[in-house]
Write a protein that binds this ligand. Structure first.
Ligand code: SF4
Length: 170
């Protein structure tokens, strides 16, 4: 008598494309393989060939999938519609957002651009935001790094000759 066992798929296909890049959930930049299914991020795994992490991925790195899939992700400019602090916002178009920003900034730039104090968070594009501030004409710009890991890295380099954080290993 032959037993016909139902075929169990032990390795279901999780993706139709794998893109190799680096994690930016922290500054260590571990190598990752991002599995894409139907052009969406489906799964993230560590890249075994990457010298920094050699395939290891921490929980935060795995959670990087939520950078793309979280329902709370910002997808359009938001305009505050209630009193400050009320948390009431509505989505507006990029055209409207740029019109509002230009309306605020153009007169300031014409009058005294240094009156603009421009601060960004850890936006991962600080070379662009500082370039923008310089071209606007204000020296008064800063970002998250000045309060956080960049100080630590600079202090490490000046005192111990190296920094484990920011340019180093997880
Ligand atoms: S240590 Fe974790 S969060 Fe940081 S880069 Fe590596 S996987 Fe990403």
């Amino acid at each position: 008598m032959t037993h016909h066992q139902p075929k169990i798929e032990t390795s279901p296909k999780v993706s139709d494309e794998v893109r190799k890049t680096t994690c930016y959930m922290c500054a260590c930049r571990c190598g990752i393989n991002v599995h894409m299914k139907d052009r969406k991020v489906a799964y993230i795994e560590g890249n075994r060939d990457h010298p920094v992490n050699r395939g290891v991925l921490c929980a935060k790195g795995s959670a990087g999938i939520m950078q793309h899939n979280a329902p709370s992700r910002l997808r359009a400019p938001m305009k505050r519609v209630g009193p400050r602090g009320s948390g009431e916002f509505e989505e507006i178009s990029w055209d409207e957002a740029l019109e509002i920003a230009t309306g605020w900034l153009a007169p300031l730039r014409a009058e005294a651009p240094e009156k603009l104090a421009f601060f960004t968070g850890r936006d991962q594009s600080q070379s662009f935001t500082s370039y923008w501030a310089q071209n606007f004409g204000t020296p008064n710009y800063a970002a998250h790094g000045g309060f956080c890991s960049v100080n630590m890295a600079a202090a490490g380099i000046y005192t111990m000759g190296g920094a484990f954080w920011e340019f180093g290993q997880p």
